[in-house]
Ligand binder design. Structure first.
Ligand SMILES: *[C@@H]1O[C@H](CO)[C@@H](O)[C@H](O)[C@H]1NC(C)=O
Ligand SMILES: *[C@@H]1O[C@H](CO)[C@@H](O)[C@H](O)[C@H]1NC(C)=O
Ligand SMILES: *[C@@H]1O[C@H](CO)[C@@H](O)[C@H](O)[C@H]1NC(C)=O
Ligand SMILES: *[C@@H]1O[C@H](CO)[C@@H](O)[C@H](O)[C@H]1NC(C)=O
Ligand SMILES: *[C@@H]1O[C@H](CO)[C@@H](O)[C@H](O)[C@H]1NC(C)=O
Ligand SMILES: *[C@@H]1O[C@H](CO)[C@@H](O)[C@H](O)[C@H]1NC(C)=O
Length: 938
C-alpha cells in the first residue's frame, strides 16, 4: 500500500469508528452512482449495491481504494420509528473486542482484524452471520396459515402520529385471509365483505402493533390494476423475503395482519387478526366469509365475524368444515354455551343442523369443526357456491347469527401450462393456457394455440383427467375458439374436476382430426402475485429453429405500483435442465431513428421455471417504452448472448400511470428528482444523442448542441473578426466561420485544417471553442493555423464573458489552448476529474494515480474529494495531488459542530453528509476536557 492510500484509509477509519449511520430506506449515501433506485423493503438494509436481511451482519467492503475493513462489523438492525420497525445499517469497530494475544510477538493474518499467535487456532467470526442465500430446510416447505380479521382484535392500533385509531367500522365489515409461506415469501389473499371498498393497505404487525411492513393495496380512488383481483374480488399479494425474526413470529403465532381503509396518514378504520396455523388448511378447497346475518342486532354483533375452511372428499362424498368465529355470545354467556350450526341449500333444504356446546367462549376467536356426508347433488350445489353456512346463538337465535356462502377457496391462485407436443410436430404448433376458479365457482379459461394451419382444422380443445388410464375428457372448451384463442367461462363445473385440478392431473389437450393430442400440457397451480397478477402471460416461441418444435415457454411480466418490474417464466422442451439461460428485455426505439435499443438483463434461468424482479428498478425511459413502445422478452443462452432461443413480443404490459412522466401527483415527484433518463436521452432535429454527446446542428453550422441530463442545450457562435489581406473571405460548406481566400493554397488539393473538439476547421478559420456545459467561450478566440489550433484569451474578463467557469479560466491560464489535431483540451475543461489526456503524460507531469480509476489519474495540483464506491464522494476529506504525492486532510471541527456531533453520535442519529458528520470523536474530545472542571463545580 502506498502512502497516499494509507492516508485516505486513516482518515476514513476515524470516521467509521464514529459510526456510519445509514438508514435502511433512505436513498442518499448508498445510492448507486448512476442514480438507479435499489428496491428494498422496510425489513431490509441496503449497503453498497447489496440488500441485506434484517438481523444479518457483515464485514464492510468499501471497494477501491479502501477495500475490506476487517475491524469493522456492520449489522442490519431494527429501529423503531414511531409505530414502524425499519431496518438500518449500524457499523462499529470491533478492534477493542480483540482477545489479548498470549505470546510475545503476535501476527496479523490477512483477512483478520486481531493479531494472533502462530499456532493459535483462534478464528474470527466474520462475514455474514445470517447467510444470504441458504434456506433452512423447513423454510423450503410450503406452509399454510389463516386469519380472521374483525373489529375484535386485542391489538391497540395507532395512527402514524401515535394517536389511537377511532375504529369507525359502522358497517360491521369482516375479512378473512389465507397465507402461504413459500421460499421466504408470504403470499396473502383476502375475502372482504362486499359492502367494503378495497382497503388501502395491508400491514403486518407484531404483538405490540408495531408495523413490520406495509403493503399498499390500491392506488388513489381505490383503483385496482389487477384483472384477477377485480373479477374474483379477492385481495392478493406477497410479502417478500421475510427476515428470520419475522419467520419466527409467524411460526410462533405472533404475527398479525391489519387491513387499513382511508387515505394516506389518515386511517378511517382497520380490521386485524392473528395469523394462525389451522390443520384443515392443507386440504382446503372452499372457504367462507361469515358475516352478521340480515336481521341481527348490529350493536350486540359489533365487530363480529367468522370464516370457514372447507375440505371435501368427492369419493365418499363428504364435507369437513373448520369454523373460526366470534360474536354469537352474549356478555353473560361465559361457559358451556350451546350454539347452532346449520348448512343448507338456499336457506331451505337443510344438509346439516346440529347444536354444539362451547366450553369457554372467547371474545376474539373460537374454533369448531363439523363433518357431514353429502349427496352428489349437494356436492354440485357446493361447487356452484349455493350452500350457506350459518352459526347462531341458541339464546338469541335471530339477534346473534353469522352466515355466509361456501365459495371458491380464498387463496389467490391460478392454473397454468405451456402447450407443446412431446416430439417434433411438423408445423411447430404450440400454445399456452391459464385458468382460475371465480368466486361463484365458475371456471375462467384462456387458451392460446399458435401455428395451427388451415389443414389442421377443425380442432378440439378439452380438459382431460390424466390420473385415469382413459384420460377422461371433463370439459370441452372448443366452442369459444377463434383467432387462435379460446377464452371463456364454464359456469357449471363438475365436482369431479376439482381433484385432478388441485392434484396437478388436469391437462389441456388440443386434438385435430388426425391427431388425438397435437399439443398438451398439465395445469399446475400458481399463487397470484406480482408477475402472475398481470392480465395475461405471453407465449415464448422459438427463434432458433435448430431447437425442437416442442421448445416453448410462457412469461408473465408485470409492473407494480412502485414501478418495479416482475417476471415469471416457465419453459418446456429445451432439453437439458443444466442449460444456463438468461432472460432479457429489449426495448426498441419508437419515436426517432438513431435512438439506441435498450436492453435489460432480468435474470438467470436455471431449471424450467424462474421468477423474480431485478433489484434495480426500471428507468424512466424503459417504463415509457414498456408502456407504449415495442418490447421483446428474450431467452438467451449464457455463453452466446447474440443468439436468441425463445422470444415474445410484449404488448399488454400496463405500466401504472404513476410510473409514467405525464402523471402529476404529489407522490411522484421522487421519480422526477432521482431519475435521469439514461442512454440516448436527447432528441434533437429528429436524431437521438447520447448523454454528454455534442454535435453541430444540421440547420446551422454555427449552432453547437450537447446533451446533458437528457436535455438538449444549444448555443450559437458568432465568428471572430477576420482581417484578410486581400479582403476575400470565403466560407466552406458545413463550417460556421469564413476563412481568408488564399490564392497560394489551391483549394482542390486535400483541404488543410485542424480537428478540434471533434470538429473539422479549415486552415485559416477562426472560431470560439465550444465548452460543455457553458456553450461557446466568447472570451477565447481560436484559429486553425497550419494544422494547429491556437487559442488566445481576450483581454478584459468582466467584459467578454459573463458566465465563464473558473475551470475554463484555469485551463487557459497562460492564454493558450494547445491543439494537437485531436480532441485534446476540450474534455479536460469539461470534466477535470476525467482527463482524456494521455495517462502516462499526466503522471510524468507530477500527477497522481487514481486508485478508483487507473485511466483517470489526478493532475498535478488537482484538488478532489476521495471517491468511495459505496459512500460516494467523501466530502469530509480533501485531497491534493502535488508532484506525484497525494496529501489528504480533513478540516477541523468547530466547537459547535463537535457538540452537535457528540449529541447525534450518542443517540445514534448521525446523518452522513451533514457538516458534523465530518467530525471525529478523537478530535472533539478536546472540547469535552474543557467542560470537565465546569461540570465538577456545578
Ligand atoms: C374491474 O371491473 C370493473 C367492473 O366490472 C371494470 O369496469 C374495470 O374495467 C375492471 N378493471 C380491470 C383492471 O379489470
Ligand atoms: C361445563 O361442562 C363440563 C362437562 O360437560 C363440566 O365438567 C364443567 O364443569 C362445566 N362448566 C361449568 C362452568 O359449568
Ligand atoms: C335446527 O336445529 C335447531 C335446534 O336443534 C332447531 O331449533 C331448528 O328448527 C333446526 N333448524 C332447521 C332448519 O331444521
Ligand atoms: C383472449 O384473451 C387474451 C388474453 O386476455 C387476449 O389477448 C385475446 O385477444 C383474447 N382473444 C379473443 C379472441 O378474445
Ligand atoms: C456477438 O456479436 C458481436 C457484435 O455483433 C460480435 O462482436 C461477437 O463476436 C458475437 N459473439 C458471438 C459469440 O457470436
Ligand atoms: C502555456 O503553457 C504550456 C504548458 O503548460 C507551455 O508549453 C506553453 O509554452 C505556454 N504558452 C505560452 C504562450 O506561454
Amino acid at each position: 500500500m502506498n502512502s497516499s492510500e494509507m492516508n485516505v484509509l486513516c482518515v476514513l477509519f476515524v470516521l467509521c469508528i464514529s459510526a456510519i449511520a445509514v438508514q435502511g430506506r433512505s436513498k442518499s449515501p448508498l445510492l448507486d452512482e448512476d442514480g438507479a433506485r435499489i428496491i428494498n423493503k422496510a425489513a431490509e438494509c441496503v449497503f453498497g449495491s447489496q440488500v441485506r436481511e434484517l438481523g444479518s451482519s457483515w464485514v464492510p467492503d468499501l471497494g477501491i481504494p479502501i477495500g475490506v475493513l476487517y475491524c469493522m462489523k456492520c449489522e442490519c438492525v431494527p429501529s423503531q420509528r414511531k409505530r414502524r420497525i425499519v431496518a438500518r445499517v449500524q457499523c462499529r469497530s470491533i478492534k477493542n473486542e480483540c482477545p489479548e494475544p498470549s505470546c510475545e510477538e503476535p501476527v496479523l493474518l490477512p483477512g483478520n482484524c486481531c493479531k494472533s499467535c502462530p499456532g493459535d487456532n483462534y478464528s474470527e467470526e466474520v462475514h455474514d452471520v445470517v447467510p444470504q442465500n441458504t434456506m433452512e430446510e423447513e423454510e423450503r416447505n410450503t406452509k399454510h396459515y389463516a386469519a380472521l380479521l374483525t373489529g375484535r382484535s386485542p391489538l391497540v392500533l395507532r395512527n402514524d402520529d401515535m394517536k389511537p385509531i377511532i375504529n369507525d367500522n359502522k358497517n360491521n365489515v369482516v375479512a378473512t385471509g389465507r397465507f402461504t409461506f413459500q421460499k421466504k415469501n408470504l403470499y396473502f389473499s383476502f375475502y372482504i365483505s362486499d359492502k367494503a371498498a378495497r382497503p388501502r393497505s395491508l400491514q403486518f404487525v407484531d404483538e405490540n402493533a408495531n408495523i413490520l411492513d406495509e403493503i399498499v393495496l390500491s392506488g388513489a380512488g381505490g383503483i385496482v390494476n389487477s384483472h384477477y383481483q377485480n373479477v374474483t374480488r379477492k385481495v392478493c399479494g406477497v410479502w417478500k423475503r421475510l427476515p428470520r425474526d419475522y419467520r419466527k413470529y409467524l411460526k410462533e403465532g405472533k404475527l398479525y395482519a391489519v387491513l387499513v381503509w382511508g387515505v394516506k396518514h389518515q386511517s378511517e378504520f382497520m380490521l386485524s387478526g392473528k395469523i394462525t396455523k389451522y390443520v384443515a388448511l392443507s386440504t382446503e378447497l372452499f372457504s367462507s366469509l361469515l358475516e352478521p346475518a340480515p336481521g341481527t342486532d348490529p350493536v350486540m354483533m359489533a365487530g363480529a365475524g367468522g370464516t370457514a375452511i372447507v375440505s371435501i372428499w368427492t369419493a365418499t362424498p363428504s364435507i369437513h368444515i373448520a369454523i373460526v368465529f366470534n360474536g354469537v355470545f352474549t356478555a353473560e354467556e361465559k361457559s358451556n354455551v350451546t350454539i347452532n350450526i346449520n348448512l343448507s341449500l338456499d336457506e331451505k333444504k337443510v344438509i346439516y343442523n346440529e347444536t354444539l356446546k362451547i366450553e369457554k367462549p372467547a371474545h376474539e376467536l373460537n374454533v369448531v369443526e363439523i363433518k357431514s356426508s353429502l349427496t352428489t347433488n349437494e356436492l354440485k350445489h357446493l361447487t356452484k357456491g349455493k350452500l350457506v353456512l350459518s352459526i347462531s346463538s341458541i339464546s338469541h337465535p335471530t339477534a346473534l347469527k353469522l352466515s355466509g356462502n361456501l365459495m371458491t377457496k380464498a387463496t389467490c391462485e391460478l392454473f397454468q401450462t405451456t402447450l407443446s407436443s412431446p416430439g417434433n410436430n411438423n408445423y411447430g404448433t404450440s400454445g399456452l393456457a391459464w385458468l382460475f376458479l371465480n368466486n361463484d365457482g365458475s371456471l375462467v379459461y384462456n387458451i392460446q394455440v399458435d401455428g395451427l394451419t388451415n389443414q389442421q382444422q377443425p380442432m378440439y380443445i378439452t380438459l382431460q383427467d390424466m390420473s385415469t388410464r382413459k384420460k377422461t375428457e371433463l370439459e370441452d372448451l372448443t366452442p369459444y375458439y377463434r383467432m387462435g384463442w379460446a377464452n371463456g367461462t364454464v359456469d357449471r363445473i363438475f365436482p369431479k374436476l376439482l381433484d385432478p385440478l388441485y392434484s396437478g392431473n388436469l391437462a389441456v389437450n388440443v386434438a385435430t382430426q388426425s391427431e388425438n393430442s397435437l399439443i398438451r400440457g398439465k395445469l399446475s397451480p400458481r399463487l397470484v402475485a406480482e408477475a402472475r397478477d398481470a392480465s395475461a402471460p405471453v407465449l415464448l416461441k422459438r427463434e432458433d429453429y435448430s431447437l425442437p418444435t416442442s421448445a416453448v415457454g410462457m412469461a408473465w411480466i408485470n409492473v407494480d405500483n412502485d414501478c418495479n418490474i416482475h417476471y415469471d417464466v416457465s419453459l418446456t422442451g429445451l432439453g437439458s435442465q443444466e442449460r444456463q439461460l438468461e432472460l432479457y428485455l429489449e426495448f426498441l426505439p419508437m419515436i426517432a431513428p438513431g435512438a439506441p435499443v435498450l436492453y435489460r438483463h432480468l435474470g438467470e434461468i436455471q431449471g424450467s421455471q424462474v421468477e423474480g424482479s431485478p433489484t434495480e428498478a426500471l428507468r424512466y425511459e424503459e417504463l415509457n417504452r414498456l408502456d407504449s413502445g415495442v418490447c421483446f422478452i428474450k431467452v438467451k443462452e449464457s455463453h452466446n448472448r447474440n443468439a436468441t432461443l425463445l422470444a415474445a413480443t410484449l404488448k399488454q404490459v400496463k405500466v401504472p400511470l404513476t410510473c409514467l412522466p405525464h402523471y402529476t401527483d404529489n407522490d411522484v415527484h421522487i421519480l422526477y428528482d432521482t431519475e435521469v433518463p439514461q442512454g440516448g436521452a436527447c432528441l434533437h432535429e429528429g436524431r437521438f444523442f447520447k448523454e454528454e454527446a455534442s454535435w453541430t446542428s444540421t440547420q446551422d453550422p454555427c449552432t453547437m448542441c450537447y446533451c446533458q441530463n437528457g436535455n438538449t442545450k444549444c448555443d450559437t457562435s458568432t465568428c471572430p473578426e477576420l482581417h484578410c489581406s486581400n479582403n476575400m473571405k470565403i466560407k466552406n460548406p458545413g463550417e460556421c466561420c469564413p476563412i481568408c481566400a488564399n490564392s497560394s493554397a489551391p483549394r482542390d488539393i486535400i483541404p488543410a485544417g485542424c480537428t478540434f473538439g471533434g470538429k473539422f476547421y479549415s486552415s485559416g478559420s477562426k472560431f470560439h471553442p465550444f465548452l460543455i456545459p457553458n456553450g461557446f467561450d466568447h472570451c477565447t478566440e481560436c484559429a486553425c493555423e497550419e494544422a494547429e489550433v491556437k487559442c488566445t484569451r481576450k483581454g478584459n474578463e468582466k467584459q467578454c464573458c459573463r458566465n465563464c467557469e473558473t475551470e475554463a479560466m484555469r485551463a487557459s491560464e497562460n492564454g493558450t489552448y494547445l491543439g494537437d489535431g485531436s480532441r485534446t483540451l476540450l474534455p479536460d475543461i469539461v470534466k477535470p476529474v476525467k482527463p482524456k489526456k494521455n495517462v502516462q503524460q499526466i503522471l510524468l507531469d507530477g500527477g497522481c494515480k487514481n486508485p478508483a480509476d487507473a485511466l483517470s489519474p489526478f493532475e498535478n495540483g488537482q484538488k478532489y474529494h476521495p471517491f468511495i464506491a459505496t459512500l460516494g464522494e467523501f466530502k469530509c476529506v480533501t485531497c491534493k495531488c502535488k508532484n506525484g504525492n497525494t496529501k489528504c486532510e480533513r478540516p477541523n471541527c468547530t466547537k459547535a459542530l463537535c457538540q452537535k456531533f457528540i449529541k447525534s453520535h450518542r443517540n445514534h442519529s448521525l446523518i452522513m453528509g451533514t457538516p458534523e458528520s465530518c467530525c471525529s470523536l478523537q478530535y472533539c474530545r478536546r472540547y469535552r476536557r474543557h467542560h470537565k472542571p465546569y461540570n465538577n463545580k456545578s
